[in-house]
Design a binder for this molecule. Structure first.
Ligand SMILES: Cc1cc2nc3c(=O)[nH]c(=O)nc-3n(C[C@H](O)[C@H](O)[C@H](O)COP(=O)(O)O)c2cc1C
Length: 340
């Protein structure tokens, strides 16, 4: 996830129980692009013990090939192509989710990347741009080009992040393509993961926002899949997570208030599991300093330390849709949390 899945975040997640593999934030590909250094760090310095796929977003054939070749010199598990980003600034350039309007171009890109990537080549897609008119055609291309793994986020680009997820469309993809499919979208807990696997027939799930809220989710999935009861965490464990994330993502050259604001991006999700009224979120969003922030954490998380951290997000305590790119704030999409 853009601005989230960096080296520090991956390491914090791995501390609580890593997923089977990670995907980087997307590398932007165009004529002037060079692989972003901070994303390369999440590959070169990955100490999670789990493989990491490098994700590309772009539509220029020459530069996609150049970037793929460059990334293949790094210790990646494979190359992943983004066909899902719904941020208007992105899709208007005909990249990410924008490409779903242009199956011919997707065909060319898949052919080119398949020929350039000797190892694993994977794709992450939504089910369409505004409807599913090209879905089957693109799924057939996934087969024709020998894509090794397909992740399907069960929404159209126009549906952004908040609509219901069309798990039936993910199930359809799982039967139509030859490679394994990962189901993505609103996998909120280990129980949901189990249900989504059962209903879609997918080989696995990809979890995004709910790993920010609950970094124990991968461990809980493993426990649930093994027939065990997933571990229940308490608010004092969440206090420890917040502190660990704060220290891991700290950079000495970043002003304190900027770091506190960065933390709010993660805490908007964490807060969905803290209390049903959203009062942690309300207080957290008003903090301006490290001392304020941890004061709020102490009041809400330590004082109620034995209260269980909800396995599912509380209904009505929601984060606004997000546009997968730092530029997205300019379009009015942000990680700010609202409580209904
Ligand atoms: C902050 C943020 C950044 C994201 N960045 C990316 C990205 O770089 N590449 C990508 O394929 N998906 C990205 N996504 C989309 C997620 O991977 C995922 O498809 C979507 O959030 C739905 O899954 P979830 O309900 O598990 O979060 C991002 C989502 C969020 C919230």
């Amino acid at each position: 996830m853009q601005d989230v899945t960096d080296l520090a975040f991956m390491q914090v997640i791995a501390f609580y129980g890593a997923p089977d593999f990670f995907f980087t934030e997307f590398f932007r590909v165009h004529s002037q692009s060079r692989p972003e250094k901070h994303i390369l760090r999440s590959i070169d310095e990955n100490r999670t013990g789990r493989p990491v796929f490098a994700q590309l977003i772009g539509e220029d054939l020459i530069h996609l090939e150049r970037t793929a070749r460059e990334l293949l010199r790094h210790p990646i598990a494979g190359i992943d192509l983004n066909l899902g980003c719904p941020a208007p600034k992105v899709y208007k350039k005909n990249v990410g989710g924008g490409l779903l309007r242009d199956p011919e171009r997707i065909d060319e890109i898949l052919g080119l990347l398949r020929a350039s990537v000797p190892g694993l080549f994977t794709v992450k897609m939504r089910i369409g741009f505004e409807d599913t008119r090209h879905f089957d055609r693109i799924l057939d291309m996934i087969n024709r080009h020998g894509v090794n793994l397909l992740t399907v986020h069960g929404r159209t680009v126009k549906e952004m992040y908040r609509s219901d997820v069309h798990y039936d469309a993910i199930g359809h993809a799982a039967t139509r393509v030859k490679c394994p499919v990962l189901a993505n979208g609103n996998v909120t807990s280990a129980n949901t993961a189990r249900r989504v696997l059962d209903t879609t027939g997918a080989a696995g799930v990809m979890i995004g926002r709910h790993a920010i809220r609950n970094p124990w989710i991968f461990r809980q999935c493993r426990e649930a899949f093994a027939g065990k009861t997933p571990v229940v965490l308490r608010l004092h464990d969440v206090r420890e997570y917040v502190e660990r994330l704060y220290r891991a993502t700290f950079a000495p050259d970043v002003p304190e208030v900027a770091h506190v604001n960065k933390m709010k991006k993660y805490l908007n999700f964490v807060g969905q599991g803290v209390d049903a009224t959203g009062s942690f979120l309300h207080d957290m969003r008003r903090t301006q300093s490290e001392a304020d922030l941890f004061g709020v954490c102490d009041r809400h998380l330590l004082a109620n330390g034995d209260v269980p951290f909800a396995l599912e997000p509380y209904p009505g305590v929601i984060a606004r849709p997000n546009c997968e790119t730092p530029d997205s704030n300019a379009d009015g999409c942000s990680l700010d949390t609202i409580t209904a």
